[in-house]
Design a protein around this ligand. Structure first.
Ligand SMILES: Nc1ncnc2c1ncn2[C@@H]1O[C@H](COP(=O)(O)OP(=O)(O)OP(=O)(O)O)[C@@H](O)[C@H]1O
Length: 305
């Protein structure tokens, strides 16, 4: 049984179509990365999963239950780290945890939870004095209360420094090993790559790809980027390169030194000779595996293999 099933989900806010006939599944026990640029519809999807927002059309099941009819049970079995959630300034870390523990009707130990997110030292300090990263850790600890079957983390690395982001990924792994399904939204590909079994890429309310990070890389121009340093940038030459049959994208990567990045699946010689035919001098070139940014860009800007 999938942990999440989204079927033909559409959500309009007035004239704005936030989700457009969206369908995907998240398997039980999976860490699923939900990736998309700002405004793609990630938070809207999460809000529908938790019944904070009603769909315009379509069905959503979470943990085998209808998201609208059984939202209370779903929320009791789900740990949520919402995006941009504010802590209560006048309550301490411990009081936040006590509140979450009581709401879920469990008997977790606030100290142990704060220990896990490396916040035990600040347990009796008021959250008003917490830094952004500390608040984010506190919210993560609250999401972990009651060993949820499903963790929904909306942009969990916001405000975390690299150490905090690494610890967050470790917690995701631990929770997954315990058996939790993790649904993890982000616009940072690297965060997703490190922990996710599969990634879905959302663009303008539509899922444009669902695959493993490896699979996504392979699907973008055979996974290779050609970087060419030239004596000057020339729009006509760039256009000619883009028109080559094996090229899915060509863009200026840097002005100094003039460098273009070409997504190519096939003959690289054709790229170099096309540039030369336009009177451009090729000073250097290298090939690299498509970076995660290339993959993300390819799927979210409309230029794709
Ligand atoms: N309550 C609302 N009323 C009107 N429009 C909304 C509302 N919530 C979201 N939208 C619109 O729906 C679209 C999707 O927004 P959503 O917040 O779901 O995207 P997102 O992928 O989570 O973006 P971000 O990465 O910036 O958080 C956007 O065009 C947004 O302006």
């Amino acid at each position: 049984m999938p942990a999440i099933t989204v079927d033909n989900l559409t959500k309009s806010y007035g004239q704005t179509l936030a989700l457009d006939d969206l369908s995907f599944d998240v398997e039980e026990g999976e860490v699923f990365g939900f990736l998309g640029p700002n405004g793609a519809g990630k938070s809207t999807t999460i809000n529908v999963l938790l019944d904070f927002v009603r769909p315009t059309a379509g069905q959503v099941q979470v943990l085998g239950l209808d998201a609208q009819a059984h939202s209370r049970e779903i929320r009791s079995r789900t740990g949520v780290l919402p995006e941009g959630y504010q802590a209560y300034n006048r309550l301490t870390g411990r009081q936040h945890l006590e509140f979450a523990i009581e709401s879920k009707g469990v008997d977790d130990d606030p100290e142990a939870l704060l220990e896990r997110v490396d916040l035990a030292d600040a347990i009796d300090k008021k959250a008003g004095g917490y830094s952004k990263g500390m608040s984010q850790r506190l919210m993560l600890a609250m999401a972990l209360v009651g060993e949820p079957d499903l963790l929904i983390l909306d942009e969990p690395s916001t405000g975390l420094d690299p150490n905090g982001a690494r610890e967050m990924r470790e917690i995701v792994r631990e929770e997954n090993e315990r058996g939790a399904t993790v649904f993890f939204s982000s616009h940072i590909m690297e965060q997703v790559e490190a922990v996710c079994d599969r990634v879905g890429i959302l663009r303008e309310g539509e899922m444009v790809a669902v695959d493993s990070v490896e699979g996504l890389r392979d699907s973008v121009s055979g996974g290779e980027a050609l970087r060419v340093t030239v004596d000057r940038i020339d729009d006509d030459a760039l256009h000619a390169v883009r028109s080559l049959p094996d090229v899915s994208d060509a863009a200026v990567e840097s002005e100094n030194p003039p460098t273009i990045a070409v997504q190519v699946d096939g003959s690289k010689t054709a790229v170099l000779s096309t540039l030369e035919d336009h009177g451009i001098e090729v000073e250097d070139f290298s090939t690299t595996e498509a970076s995660l940014d290339d993959v993300f860009q390819s799927y979210t800007t409309g230029v794709q293999a």
